[in-house]
Design a protein. Structure first.
Length: 268
């Protein structure tokens, strides 16, 4: 199983699990979904993708649950992702206004990313009934199960804060920058021979300051990607989070150089 296949599988698996939870009237939390992703990673051991859990029960002090490093043909991008799960009854992400020590979580995330050359994202865990799907922003053809795990620019969450309906799924997914997580890996806009060589999320404000060469990526992250996890585990906390009180719960490293999909190679 490739990295792309694994991300697509996780979305389909999450869609199924959340659909069953919804039918039972049970509301899971983000930790349950993230835990399922880790379990499936251990089962499938995909190529070009590595996960390293950082076990702790505290809230991340940098506003992110997942620290995601992606290797593209032109370099690396680091995404820091804060996860939120859809409340089935209210069709909203009820914790979008969550605060840590009196400061908005999205401000903590954005500020840390600015200081550390990373891209701040919110990751949404979703399940919608057939009548609840209104938006599809992916450049590939509609595969609605991929909406189980979507990502969007954290600056959109900040700018819409307290606007009417800002917590609603309909609002979040009306943003063209809200796309399935797989788009960070396989979007045709990322193709090197694309006329625009753009990004599925409009990250022009981040691109120049965030793109890294191999030499600029921490050694422990490169070790994780190439599955030398034993070497990486001893260094990752000290190398990446030495000034962080509580790190994210999960590091995800992906080699996307062979995952980009041309539109001609996918059914639309």
């Amino acid at each position: 199983m490739t990295a792309l296949e694994f991300l697509e599988f996780c979305a389909k698996d999450t869609w199924l699990r959340l659909s069953l939870n919804s039918a039972m009237g049970y509301q899971p939390d983000e930790r349950m979904v993230t835990g399922n992703i880790i379990t499936e990673y251990l089962r499938h051991q995909p190529t070009g993708l590595s996960l390293v859990p950082i076990p702790h029960d505290k809230e991340s002090s940098i506003g992110a649950d997942i620290d995601m490093w992606v290797r593209y043909s032109k370099g690396w991008l680091r995404y820091l992702i804060q996860s939120k799960i859809l409340n089935f009854k209210q069709n909203a992400y009820l914790k979008l206004d969550h605060q840590i020590n009196g400061k908005q979580q999205f401000d903590i995330l954005i500020d840390y990313c600015k200081a550390n050359s990373a891209i701040p994202l919110y990751g949404m865990y979703n399940y919608f009934s057939s009548g609840g799907i209104e938006y599809w922003n992916c450049n590939l053809g509609p595969e609605y199960e991929q909406l189980a795990i979507t990502v969007t620019d954290a600056s959109l969450i900040k700018s819409s804060y307290k606007a009417r309906g800002y917590k609603k799924s309909k609002t979040i997914h009306s943003y063209t920058q809200t796309v399935p997580m797989r788009c960070l890996v396989c979007c045709p806009l990322l193709m090197e021979d694309s006329r625009t060589h753009e990004h599925p999320i409009n990250i022009s404000q981040y691109r120049e300051s965030c793109l890294r060469s191999d030499e600029e990526v921490p050694k422990s992250i490169r070790a994780i990607l190439y599955k030398d996890v034993r070497e990486a585990n001893g260094d990752v906390i000290n190398e990446i989070y030495k000034d962080v009180i509580t790190p994210p719960k999960l590091i995800m490293c992906i080699d996307a150089r062979n995952a980009i999909i041309g539109k001609q190679n996918r059914k639309t």
